[in-house]
Design a protein around this ligand. Structure first.
Ligand SMILES: C[C@H](O)[C@H](O)[C@H]1CNC2=NC(N)=NC(=O)C2=N1
Length: 100
């Protein structure tokens, strides 16, 4: 099981992910993505789902029309690990392929 990042390690990682923020009251990180419509949002989610399954690391997320709210944490470790940072970076790369 991966170990959770220290507050310093998490802060350093988040500095490279400026659209992500720490969640209050929970060892987790979050970002909202806003796409032009449901089709774009769901296309993004479909692509992320393939990556998440390959990583065996799955987001907590909700979708309303063009908006996708994501929270990432490693449930087995009980907080943010390197897997969450890698999935967050992958989500940012995939989102860049969609008009926002
Ligand atoms: C058995 C399987 O490897 C685990 O349930 C995986 C699946 N996806 C997961 N995703 C997340 N975010 N945290 C986990 O601890 C986790 N565990």
């Amino acid at each position: 099981m991966a170990k959770t990042l220290t507050p310093e390690e998490r802060a350093t990682a988040l500095a490279d992910l400026p659209d992500w923020h720490a969640v209050d009251g929970r060892d987790a990180i979050a970002r909202s993505f806003t796409f032009q419509n449901f089709n774009e949002a769901f296309g993004f989610m479909a692509r992320v789902a393939l990556v998440a399954e390959k990583m065996d690391h799955h987001p907590e997320w909700t979708n309303v029309y063009g908006k996708v709210d994501v929270v990432l944490m490693s449930h087995d470790a009980g907080g943010v690990t390197d897997r969450d940072i890698r999935l967050a970076a992958a989500m940012d790369r995939i989102a860049a392929d969609f008009p926002m």
